[in-house]
Design a protein around this ligand. Structure first.
Ligand code: FAE
Length: 547
């Protein structure tokens, strides 16, 4: 346990001992209160699993941002679409009456096929807080590669089920370095506005922000940023801000204000299930098969593609293997999912004509996390809304944009917590490991030092100004930085390299990439608005010219 976690000077009537005694109760809450929830329905009436032997015009792999945009626009153009999703439908409540479990009480619904949680914030006062859970096809996948753990959403809605909903359009001056081959005028005039509108993006009411308890942590973050001369910017989000006001007032069931985020949000967040996917289903032309995992795509003898799909149960075991044909296939399995499929299919002979750019250009969006220990007279609040609403922008001068993130533990922690996005130059590649029969990623944990240095341009200055220090107890014992993960995998099938400038895979007519794997490793801000806007751009061109 670190000795440096509490900056108490004893001057405001809160002793270190009392503080520690108080935090003992959250540890109890955080570590001991797991409930195991009984099984979920594996599929629902709203979904109809694909039949083996089916022939479909379009098959979309994955139901995240890219896949959902493709499905909606193709359906609106009159095309029947089959969406294949390895995760669950997430439309049926468990025995507690809720679809999703809370961040403070992870149960079987929380993690994808793990027997122990792998929480991004793994320790409190240096004490590990991960706990055993039953193995289940839960919502958050913490996928381990040699140098990094990549967090991803699993289920109908992909990352939109688990993310913070921060919906950020990059500054226009940064766009040329994000997607160099894409016309910025078109993106900023047409596709970013279209994406923002369809995603339901909104910004917190600043007057409400200034007074409400659940954003005290963000006001402290703003004060510290501004006192050190950094701009604090409000960050738009897809959370329903009117709902947040009501839950905060206690007139509707609590969701963000009760800490729901990482393992799903039961009420206020506009995930893709409520936006693009709802619209896609309403066309009557889109069918979704949850708990179905695509394992192979190869040219079919009579034209189109043979797609092999494993139907799985909630233990992750294959129950049926199905073979279907599709005239066109869209890879929307996310940066990691799409890259792994394409790398394996190229190496094992199913799609040998894919070019040598497959698997390259992967980045972590420069993610690093840290916490700061505030003085005892600068509390961040017991109740913290789980939805971030602001960030500190030092991109131009220091290469870092830091979300002021909540730490919704239910007790006063005196901590400020941040997820930084940094301008890291490092890029990794996926490759086929034949001996181990799996895809590897050659990311090196040491590369995170560049990101840490960039994040320090913000937090060293704030600590110096405030007379505070870093928390050293949140990610291990005496460990300041979480340098082992990313929430923002990007790249692996980069636009205009592995594909043409609209996501058509080189080497195969009728195969497309439509997700975050098109973006070469960094978006300078949180990525899903850019993924959505790029998918809107690409599918419009594909519908106009290919169908
Ligand atoms: P994604 O949403 O990952 O969807 C891919 C889908 O494909 C998933 O549902 C997979 O289960 C499915 N799949 C994969 N392989 C297969 C297969 N073989 N067969 C069938 N299905 C398959 O891809 N971004 C922001 O902009 N703002 C935030 O506030 C934010 N917070 C985040 C917080 C967390 C904890 C995490 C994990 C991510 C966060 N992100 C955030 C990142 C964001 O969710 C991510 O960039 C997008 O979800 C990526 O969209 P894609 O369409 O590329």
């Amino acid at each position: 346990m670190s000795d440096n976690t509490v900056r108490g000077k004893g001057s405001r009537g809160v002793s270190r001992r009392r503080f520690l005694a108080g935090t003992g109760s959250i540890l109890g809450a955080v570590t001991l209160s797991a409930h195991v929830n009984p099984a979920y329905a594996e599929t629902s009436a709203a979904t109809a699993p694909i039949d083996s032997g089916a022939h479909v015009p379009v098959l979309v792999i994955g139901t995240g941002y890219g896949g959902s945009v493709a499905a909606l626009r193709l359906a609106q153009a009159g095309v029947d679409v089959q969406m294949i999703e390895m995760g669950m439908a997430w439309d049926t409540p468990g025995s507690d009456g809720k679809i999703f479990c809370n961040t403070t009480t992870p149960d079987n619904r929380s993690y994808w096929l793990r027997t122990k949680t792998k929480q991004p914030l793994s320790n409190f006062f240096g004490i590990p807080i991960d706990k055993s859970i039953p193995k289940y096809t839960g919502i958050l996948d913490a996928e381990d590669f040699a140098g990094i753990t990549v967090y991803q959403g699993r289920g109908v809605g992909g990352g939109s089920l688990v993310n913070g909903g921060m919906a950020v359009t990059p500054k226009r001056e940064n766009f040329a370095s994000i997607l160099p081959s894409v016309n910025a005028d078109e993106m900023y005039n047409t596709y970013y506005p279209r994406a923002n509108s369809n995603l339901g993006v909104g910004t917190i009411d600043p007057a409400w922000f200034d007074t409400v308890d659940c954003y005290q942590f963000a006001r402290v973050g703003r004060k510290h940023a501004q006192r050190s001369g950094f701009p604090f910017v409000f960050v738009p989000d897809v959370y329903d801000w009117d709902y947040m006001k009501q839950e905060s007032a206690g007139t509707v069931p609590k969701s963000a204000v009760a800490g729901e985020i990482l393992y799903g949000n039961n009420y206020g967040k506009k995930s893709l299930q409520k936006t693009y996917i709802a619209q896609a289903k309403a066309t009557g032309k889109v069918t979704i098969s949850p708990l179905h995992k695509v394992t192979s795509v190869a040219p079919a003898s009579g034209g189109g593609y043979t797609v092999v799909i494993d139907q799985i149960n909630t233990n992750g075991d294959t129950t049926v293997t199905k073979t279907v044909t599709a005239d066109r296939v869209f890879f929307g399995a996310g940066s990691v999912g799409t890259s792994k499929l394409l790398v394996r299919l190229k190496a094992t002979g199913a799609l040998p004509n894919l070019n040598s750019e497959i698997g390259k250009g992967w980045g972590d969006n420069g993610n690093v996390m840290c916490g700061r220990a505030n003085h005892l007279w600068d509390p961040t609040g017991k109740i913290q809304a789980s939805i971030p609403c602001g960030g500190i922008d030092n991109w131009t001068a220091g290469g870092a944009f830091a979300e002021v993130a909540p730490l919704p533990t239910g007790i006063e922690t005196y901590a400020s917590f941040y997820l930084s996005i940094t301008n890291t130059p490092h890029r990794a590649s996926f490759s086929w490991n034949a001996a181990a029969n799996k895809v590897d990623l050659d990311w090196q944990q040491a590369w995170k030092q560049t990101s840490i240095d960039m994040a320090k341009t913000i937090f060293d200055k704030i600590n110096a100004k405030e007379g505070t220090i870093y928390r050293t107890d949140l990610f291990g014992v005496y460990k300041i930085w979480n340098d082992t993960l990313t929430y923002h995998p990007l790249g692996g099938a980069v636009l205009n390299k592995a594909t043409d400038n609209y996501g058509r895979l080189h080497g195969y007519t009728g195969l497309y990439v439509i997700d975050g794997s098109l973006i070469p490793g960094n978006t300078s801000v949180n990525p899903f608005v850019t993924i959505t806007a790029l998918a809107e751009r690409n599918i419009e061109k594909i519908i106009a010219t290919d169908l």
